[in-house]
Design a protein. Structure first.
Length: 286
């Protein structure tokens, strides 16, 4: 006997077409959210059920030639933790929600300040003083209400990092200080998940992907020293929107490749970017 949701998906699906003329069956976002309400399933799970029946949610029509239906299912089933929701984190949140990552844990204990307006996507005149985590969750809901977005309005620390990462498949480091990065990296190792990490200063940036069995952040920053205040070059150089945008996009490309187990990731490598002269250099971490 056919599952009721499968029957509803078949009834609501329409004949559609990709940009190149390839025919496909599609379903609208309003219909998937209606089914979410009627069945009690999260919207991303309804989309998974549709994709398993080769019915493409119409929001992913432009994904289809680069992502297979199986790829899209893997993204929807993924649970990604984004730590730090400022310049990097706001853009990473935006992109992962649009790509269709089904569950996002959004972590930041800060509120917006006027100096965030030069580069942070989620920062507006109207959000000054508001929680970054709550603003990120609202943004996800506005983009895709079927995604489960959990706002965690607290700063990550060694004491709470393990609890924050619990149940996640991957961590994205969008932090602005080195001690918190080390705390996140240690928790990622203990929970055996990969961590995509980026940092920005001025028109410079770097990005890498760390796996539990590989080199850690000490290959970039040296060993952590509890007696020394770890501050990044952002304090000296400031932080400009073009570099933030580039590095956030590179982080999202890494998240995509890691979740889909694609080749060419920055595992054990550090990509250093200098937009002053458009230099991109890959270094080996050891």
């Amino acid at each position: 006997m056919q599952d009721p949701i499968d029957a509803l998906l078949d009834r609501l699906a329409e004949d559609g077409m990709l940009d190149d003329g390839t025919p496909c069956r599609t379903i609208s976002g309003s219909h998937t959210m209606r089914l979410s309400t009627e069945t009690g399933l999260p919207g991303w799970q309804v989309e998974v059920r549709a994709l398993e029946k080769k019915i493409l949610p119409d929001r992913y029509l432009r994904n289809r030639k680069s992502l297979s239906m199986e790829d899209q299912i893997r993204l929807l089933k993924a649970h990604v933790c984004i730590v730090g929701l400022g310049g990097l984190g706001g853009l990473v949140t935006e992109s992962l929600a649009r790509m269709g990552v089904g569950r996002l844990k959004l972590v930041d204990g800060d509120g917006f300040e006027p100096h965030n307006l030069n580069r942070q996507l989620l920062s507006t005149i109207g959000t000054i003083g508001a929680s970054k985590a709550e603003a990120a969750a609202r943004r996800v809901a506005a983009i895709h209400p079927g995604i489960e977005a959990a706002a965690v309005g607290q700063a990550l620390s060694p004491s709470n990092a393990l609890g924050i990462l619990s149940g996640c498949d991957l961590a994205v480091d969008c932090l602005d200080n080195i001690p918190s990065r080390f705390a996140l990296a240690a928790a990622a190792v203990e929970t055996t998940i990969p961590m995509v990490s980026a940092a920005v200063a001025g028109l410079f940036g770097h990005v890498t992907t760390l796996f539990p069995d590989g080199p850690g952040l000490d290959g970039i920053y040296g060993p952590p020293d509890p007696h020394r205040a770890f501050t990044g070059e952002e304090i000296r150089l400031g932080c400009l929107a073009p570099a933030v945008n580039v590095m956030a996009s590179l982080e999202c490309a890494e998240v995509l490749k890691v979740l889909l187990n694609r080749p060419g990731t920055l595992r054990n490598r550090l990509l250093v970017v200098d937009l002053n002269d458009y230099t991109f250099e890959k270094l080996t971490l050891c």
